[in-house]
Unconditional design. Structure first.
Length: 202
């Protein structure tokens, strides 16, 4: 059961509403530009399995990066602990799963379902992949390195739409949601450990 403070619950609700609102933004922009951001989203066991499997390399990379001592990576970890880990330090895993699921759905519908699809009609598949990736990177540009990592993640997610021999937005949604869920768990745990160490020091 969640032991979130009032501020933590408020943070979680705002974050969930924000991520969910991205799908509404995609629908509105899609209506304006005659693009259906959900056109390539449908349930498929194949897409679901491909999404789970394709998340594994990202998680291996995530845990490998956690061990690297570079200052730029340490700055990102510290920033994420402060902005995400601290408010959600006492969140139940189901809270984190809900937030990750909404992030996977909202962001993928906007960046892959709307932007990548729309850019493909204008520029073709390759430039659409890059264009949507750059916008995704700018939206996550809390640091220069984080923006670069976000760009690489976006390219991976964009290519993942065609995994398994079928074009399906469900695959990157699953990847994004699962990756975020594990990342949230790690960030919250690190934040709790860091706070506990500080308390012991004081």
């Amino acid at each position: 059961m969640s032991n979130l403070s009032e501020a933590g619950r408020r943070f979680l609700l705002i974050a969930c509403y924000f991520e969910a609102s991205l799908a509404l933004v995609a629908l509105l922009l899609g209506w304006l530009f005659d693009i259906n951001p959900f056109a390539e989203l449908f349930f498929s066991e194949n897409a679901l399995i491909c999404g789970v499997i394709a998340t594994l390399p990202l998680l291996v990379l995530f845990f490998a990066i956690q061990q690297l001592p570079y200052q730029a990576l340490q700055d990102i970890r510290r920033l994420l602990q402060q902005t995400l880990g601290q408010p959600l330090r006492f969140a139940h895993w189901t809270d984190l799963l809900a937030l990750a699921s909404l992030a996977g759905l909202g962001e993928e519908v906007l960046f892959r379902g709307l932007l990548q699809q729309g850019f493909e009609h204008l520029w073709g598949a390759d430039l659409a992949l890059i264009g949507s990736g750059l916008i995704f990177a700018l939206a996550h540009a809390v640091t220069a390195l984080y923006a670069l990592l976000a760009l690489l993640m976006s390219l991976y997610l964009g290519l993942a739409m065609d995994l398994g021999g079928e074009r399906n937005l469900l695959t990157p949604i699953v990847i994004h949601a699962l990756y975020d869920f594990v990342a949230f768990l790690v960030i919250v745990r690190q934040s709790a450990l860091h706070t506990g160490n500080q308390d012991e020091t004081n």
